[in-house]
Design a protein around this ligand. Structure first.
Ligand code: ADP
Length: 429
């Protein structure tokens, strides 16, 4: 039994005794014991009333004068309340500090609830995205950033990669958006100004495009003369060999320049090529002829499989270059008398253009980097085959323009399959 309970029982016994003794003298002890119980109950009711009044009126003030078990209850309540208040103040302090630090960020930070409505944002968001604290709170974000690409990104993701767009509120500026989910389907949007980065990229692209363009004419002149000299049968053998090599190198350089120009064009923001329905049977037949003419000495068996009657919507010249890059790679990286299969097929969701070879294959660690510019598994072998190191980068960009992706499957010494995967919307009967 706790001390408090013991004390309470003693108090009750004392009151009952005080009333029972005179009762015993006057032979009315039962009535007086009952009176004593009423007094005891009255004392408790008074304490209960005081406690109730205190809790209702001002629970942060120290509790009223109470006795017995009520004093202990009031003290405990008061202590718990003080602890809670302290924890609350700490939490408010942390929230205030978090808000101040988020407000100081240069990146726009926006909290969006599960319905897609704006909940809170920092001052950078006001500047960068043009949100106004008094009128925009609670509004759907897609009513404020109305770019269709943003709406698609926000509603369907995927959020693994961000989205880069011209600024909605300030023309000539570029913004990178990144969305992350948290809590119960709430979303956090971080946006930052990448105008400077965009300008630098633009300068780089323009520079490469201009240099490539400027190199084109001198290279054509050089190649022309070199071809004439190389075919001159009166040249001494030493010079004939030198001219042949110069001619080959000039051809390599012009291939490089052409590939760089094509990449610049594909990368440029404002290319909007018209997509037409391409007859794949016809295209694959042409590709077979090109493949057979590319390196006939190797005597590869080149097979064409057309397993789909569907046509592909796209820019024929670009797709043809991309497909030809995959085919010439298969020829280059497959030893003589190999087998190369070019296939067009589809299932319910996608269309597939693939090139399969039984050549040297690629070690798995290189595969993720193959579409980077100038990435080569074996630089010596690649230059010997006359490659520019830009072929797969071109394939990737052409596919980007067609909302397609490149899948690479390869095993060293067994062979490789490069597959261009197109969405069903790009296929027509
Ligand atoms: P390159 O002009 O050097 O061929 P690409 O971008 O076309 O440049 O290819 C990048 C690298 O990928 C090549 O250097 C080569 O190592 C590797 N590669 C591409 N296709 C094949 C293939 N079919 N078999 C083996 N390796 C390949």
């Amino acid at each position: 039994m706790t001390t408090l309970l013991k004390q309470e029982l003693l108090r009750l016994a004392y009151i009952l005794l005080v009333f029972a003794i005179p009762g015993w003298f006057f032979h009315i002890s039962l009535q007086l014991v009952f009176l004593g119980l009423l007094v005891y109950l009255g004392l408790h009711l008074r304490s209960l009333h005081k406690l109730h009044h205190w809790l209702k009126a001002n629970p942060t003030e120290p509790p009223p004068e109470l006795s017995g078990i009520w004093e202990d209850i009031a003290d405990n309540i008061f202590r718990l309340q003080k602890e809670e208040l302290k924890a609350k103040q700490n939490l408010l302090g942390i929230i205030a500090r978090a808000r101040t630090s988020v407000s100081a960020l240069e990146e726009a930070v926006v909290l969006i609830d599960s319905q897609g409505n704006l909940e809170w944002w920092n001052s950078a968001a006001e500047k960068l995205l043009g949100f106004k604290s008094d009128i925009d709170i609670g509004k759907p974000i897609i009513n404020l950033i109305r770019d269709p690409s943003f709406i698609r990104y926000f509603e369907h993701g995927p959020y693994t990669e961000g989205l880069r767009l011209p600024s909605w509120s300030q023309p000539n500026r570029y913004v990178q958006y990144e969305v992350t989910r948290f809590g119960q389907n709430d979303r956090l949007l971080i946006a930052y100004d990448i105008t400077r980065l965009h300008q630098l990229e633009q300068i780089r692209k323009d520079f490469v495009a201009n240099v490539s363009h400027e190199l084109r004419t001198p290279l054509t002149v050089l190649s022309g003369y070199l071809e004439t000299f190389a075919s001159n049968e009166e040249l001494p053998p030493k010079w004939a060999r030198a001219f042949k090599q110069m001619e080959q190198q000039a051809t390599r350089m012009s291939n490089l320049v052409n590939d760089l120009l094509m990449l610049s064009r594909l990368e440029s923001d404002n290319i909007k090529q018209e997509h037409k329905a391409i007859n794949m049977t016809h295209l694959l037949e042409q590709l077979r002829l090109d493949a057979q003419a590319y390196d006939p000495e190797k005597q590869h068996a080149i097979l064409v499989n057309i397993d789909s009657p569907l046509r592909l919507l796209g820019t024929e010249n670009d797709l043809r270059s991309a497909f030809l890059n995959l085919i010439t790679n298969a020829i280059k990286y497959t030893p003589a008398c190999g087998a190369i299969t070019i296939r067009w097929s589809n299932d319910e969701k996608y269309g597939y253009f693939s090139v399969q070879d039984n050549g040297i294959g690629i070690e798995p660690q290189h595969i993720p980097r193959l579409t980077e510019r100038f990435y080569r598994v074996d630089a010596a072998r690649s230059s010997a085959t006359g490659g520019t190191g830009l072929g797969l980068a071109i394939v990737k960009h052409v596919l980007l323009q067609h909302k397609g992706i490149l899948n690479i499957n390869s095993k060293p010494n067994i062979g490789s399959t490069f597959t261009c995967v197109f969405a069903r919307e790009s296929l027509v009967d």
